[in-house]
Design a protein around this ligand. Structure first.
Ligand code: FAD
Length: 348
């Protein structure tokens, strides 16, 4: 079966590698080179976090999250080039006890008490400022080095010589001789998907030799939620802003102040940290911030878009489901909440 994939973000790359592994005759197109590092995926922090995001997401995300963590764990084990992957979980902190209790109630309503533990923070992270005495520990969360992962996927694709740098519109794609086309263009598909919007996100890369943290820290501030990701060699990623704007310009002073003061309030060692780099990009999102899988049986086009804050969680699950659909003509239950069966012209 001949499959064409348009768009080489995390979705297109993961799908391409998965189909190649399953012996499909696959081609991948992107308007930029595979090494360009320009797309939204290259800006991602690499959090594989379903439960901590649950305030804004449906429970189905948790099931997806567990499967995605397994997928990337196995992928990194097989890869020859070392990709940082850490699955020791997240610790959620809040300024006031009520906020943490509210989060606990949400977890209990949507899941069970098996997916979290109330903890004394100093038992797991002794250097966190003592103001944050108690926290909620989410053991089934992980993180991966998104940039190294994207590069590893690119290498696998290049080895098979199936990539072509070319901007493709769906109008042109009609002429391609493929059994199915999969559109993974992210915000590049905005013309066809009018409900798609960009949500700006910003990320700081920090070097902090005086900070020892083992777990991902999620901090629920009354005005914003942030995450702190510990990385090898004293590296840290700090982010989580969600700004309703399709603005690709540099990071604002306000965001840097908010993110860094939040980090400093959690660990005083961030005071001596060095700001190494900042990144901004816009996440592709639909109005309800959930992804959609459009299936146009007539034109043989599958459109995957709106991965919002969870591209690295959804990409493996959608890849497995698409391969299963190509083989069996059936969609797996895991993706039914996101399926829209209609002809592409009606998507607007
Ligand atoms: C600051 C920030 C932090 C984030 N952190 C995380 C995180 O920790 N965990 C997580 O899971 N997600 C995170 N995300 C979200 C994640 O990055 C997105 O969900 C993901 O990148 C979407 O992937 P995609 O493949 O759908 O789109 P993209 O990465 O945007 O890829 C689309 C590709 O299509 C190509 N394209 C567009 N138009 C055309 C055309 N006409 N022809 C050919 N090619 C075309 C583009 O060049 C691009 O390569 C974060 C996002 C931001 C901004």
């Amino acid at each position: 079966m001949r499959i064409g994939i348009i768009g080489a973000g995390i979705m297109g790359r993961t799908l391409c590698c998965h189909l190649l592994n399953n012996f499909y005759d696959t081609r991948l197109f992107d308007k930029d080179r595979l090494t360009a590092q320009k797309n939204c995926s290259f800006t991602a922090a690499g959090l594989l976090s379903a439960y901590a995001e649950t305030k804004s997401c449906m429970p189905a995300l948790a099931q997806i999250g567990a499967a995605a963590i397994d997928y990337w764990r196995n992928f990194t084990k097989k890869e020859k080039t070392k990709i940082f992957f850490d699955d020791c979980g997240s610790i959620c902190l809040a300024d006031n006890h009520a906020e943490l209790q509210n989060f606990k109630k949400i977890l209990l309503t949507k899941f069970s008490n098996e997916i979290f533990r109330e903890i004394v923070v100093s038992n797991l992270e002794p250097d966190v400022v003592p103001n944050y005495r108690t926290g909620i520990y989410l053991p089934y969360e992980a993180q991966i080095d998104a940039q190294k992962l994207l590069k590893a996927l690119a290498r696998l694709i290049q080895q098979q010589n199936v990539f072509q740098q070319r901007a493709v519109t769906l109008q042109e794609a009609k002429q391609f001789q493929y059994d199915w086309l999969v559109d993974c263009r992210g915000l590049g598909a905005k013309q066809e998907l009018e409900n798609l919007r960009g949500v700006r996100g910003e990320l700081l890369f920090i070097e902090a030799p005086n900070v020892q943290l083992k777990h991902v820290i999620r901090y629920f501030h009354p005005r914003y939620d942030i995450y702190i990701l510990p990385r090898p060699n004293n590296g840290f990623l700090i982010g989580a802003s969600c700004i309703e704007s399709e603005d690709y310009s540099s990071i604002t002073v306000k965001t840097v102040l908010e993110l860094l003061s939040a980090a400093y309030s959690i660990h005083r060692g961030f005071g001596e940290a060095k700001l190494i780099a900042t990144k901004t990009h816009c996440r592709p999102a639909f109005s309800e911030n959930l992804p959609r899988l459009y299936v146009d049986h007539k034109r043989k086009i599958i459109t995957v878009n709106g991965l919002y804050r969870h591209g690295f969680l959804f990409a493996p699950i959608f890849s497995l489901a698409i391969e299963n659909f190509l083989r069996t003509s059936q969609w797996q239950d895991t993706v039914t909440p996101y399926l829209v069966h209609q002809e592409f012209e009606q998507c607007k």
